[in-house]
Design a protein around this ligand. Structure first.
Ligand code: SF4
Length: 272
């Protein structure tokens, strides 16, 4: 029998993660943008309302893969943003947005992309973008799928939007973060006994606990990342995603990874 003795310290992992995060200019730029979005939404600044509407439209058009829209959609929505940044809810702006979704939006089961954007625009007649976002946040937290929750469809999209516009406790988890959380040992050390290693919510819970226990008081761009797991999620995503750094992707590049002396997977592989 092969007996393996290992030494793993989640605090050391957390400390090294922070050192890596501080070198990731592209993620830091995103965090700065998230903070600006938060202020802009709070003030209902037209250019930020336009940006929020563009993000929501992109999520609807791509069924929540909003960073990978079709060329036609991306061109159309960028022109729309440029032309309507001071009045995103004027009648011409709304009509153009619906037309873009009609032409380039993906098909959803049940009702179309343009139906969803119409619903969103109707809701924004009753509420400001700030109120709408706040209401979406409370719906997502309580698990309600009606009203604002119906627009984007699935929780990851809602979490993505909320995190990008100031609700830093929301974690838009996907396969990239799941690989990292599982391999590094975060999942092993920060999940409860009844956690399911296939369930998104259990990965989110593990990251929340990891941040609280090992990253509290660490400031990134004036944000305490101990209570901002959505910000930590963004760094992890940038570190792992295929079209980003791709260090801890489908095939982990442990030999290049700055975490290879503190990551559980890497330690186990060396021990073996
Ligand atoms: S050491 Fe390997 S498994 Fe661990 S985080 Fe880095 S790339 Fe991923």
């Amino acid at each position: 029998m092969n007996v393996v003795s290992i030494r793993f310290d989640p605090q050391e992992l957390a400390n090294e993660m922070v050192l890596v995060f501080r070198t990731m200019d592209e993620a830091i730029t995103e965090v700065i943008e998230f903070k600006e979005n938060a202020v802009g939404i709070e003030q209902n600044k037209p250019s930020v309302v336009t940006k929020a509407l563009k993000t929501l439209a992109s999520m609807i058009a791509t069924r929540n893969f909003y960073r990978t829209g079709t060329e036609g959609f991306i061109n159309g929505i960028n022109v729309w943003q440029k032309n309507h940044k001071s009045s995103p809810l004027s009648t011409p702006a709304k009509n153009e947005l619906i037309a873009i979704l009609d032409q380039h939006g993906m098909k959803w089961p049940g009702w179309s992309s343009s139906d969803r954007i119409r619903l969103l625009l109707e809701q924004l007649q009753e509420k400001t973008m700030k109120e709408w976002t706040k209401s979406l946040y409370s719906k997502v937290r309580s698990g309600e799928k009606k009203d604002e929750g119906k627009v984007i469809g699935i929780q990851k999209g809602a979490d993505n939007f909320l995190r990008d516009f100031g609700y830093f406790d929301r974690i838009p988890i996907d396969i990239h973060e799941k690989r990292f959380i599982l391999r590094t040992g975060i999942f092993h050390f920060c999940s409860s006994r009844d956690s399911d290693p296939l369930a998104n919510k259990d990965f989110q819970n593990a990251l929340v606990l990891f941040c609280r226990n090992y990253l509290s008081g660490i400031m990134m761009e004036d944000i305490d990342i101990g209570i901002a797991p959505g910000i930590v999620d963004d760094f992890i995503w940038n570190y792992c995603a295929k079209f980003k750094r791709n260090i801890c992707g489908a095939t982990p590049l442990c030999h290049e990874c700055k975490l290879n002396t503190v990551c559980l997977f890497s330690i186990m592989r060396v021990s073996n």
